[in-house]
Ligand binder design. Sequence first.
Ligand code: ADP
Ligand code: MG
Length: 297
Amino acid sequence: ATPTAVMVGTGIGASQGVLIKGGQALESAHKVNCIVFDKTGTLTVGVPVVVNTKLLKNMLLQDFYELVAATEVNSEHPIGKAIVEHAKKIKDRQDPAWPEACDFVSITGSGVKAVVRNKEVIVGNKSLMLDHNISISINAEEFLAEAEQMAQTVVLVSIDGELVGVLAISDPLKPTAPEVISILKSMKVKSIMVTGDNWGTANSIAKEAGIEAVIAEAKPQHKADKVKDLQASGYTVAMVGDGINDSPALVAADIGMAIGAGTDIAIEAADIVLMKSNLEDVITAIDLSRKTFSRIH
Ligand code: ADP
Ligand code: MG
């Protein structure tokens, strides 16, 4: 393609809300034959909602949510935001002042922790609890299994080393996802879902989307390693993601595509930004590159 054609292609992309950072990015996109999708916020709507809470200890729901919200209010993760929104409803206040949290730590792809009212609060997935030697009761395990079957994500809460509650979060699939995956298949592009979420939830969501290959419970570095594995098997790989946890994979991929509504770090790490946050713009980007770089049209 001539420099003019590349400029035209980039311009068309921009006018459609597909921001292509340079000619190299536009060129690589037409070779893509495998796409790795993040789940939360990429394949799913990304506005998760708390749909169920189970307290495992004798404590008030209000007090429970106050400690959890004080911790999560520091998190950038959509799950953290969902939990804070729910806590506001429990408290019945639009703008509550949560207790102060010290020593806040975010464990990317696992959860968060902080000290609130002199108690150590840990909020996150099962593996985060196991990492902190917190035992998970049969009650909690049952709650986990049921929620995962419904494609919900379970967040566990421990206070001072003891599991005190579990909550189920629902984040539905983007309505366009099944069609996008099916069109990609017809374009001979293989789709894979890689997520930090657990296997049960991941499999349920992938099934709804029509994605056959799934990798769950992946740490950010695993996402990047998976991309590299696919490249080593001869694929030209695009990674589509929205989170901080996706940035190593966005960089490792031949083409990183960030969801516009995603975090700044993902947007910086990407070669292409889908400004409208529409999944179908993954196809727009590949189409545009194919039209610019193959002379068969
Ligand atoms: P995905 O790859 O689907 O975008 P992440 O890697 O961001 O998911 O997160 C993986 C899992 O870690 C989540 O499903 C959730 O269980 C847990 N997690 C991440 N951040 C938080 C948080 N702020 N609060 C509670 N749990 C979290
Ligand atoms: Mg995500």
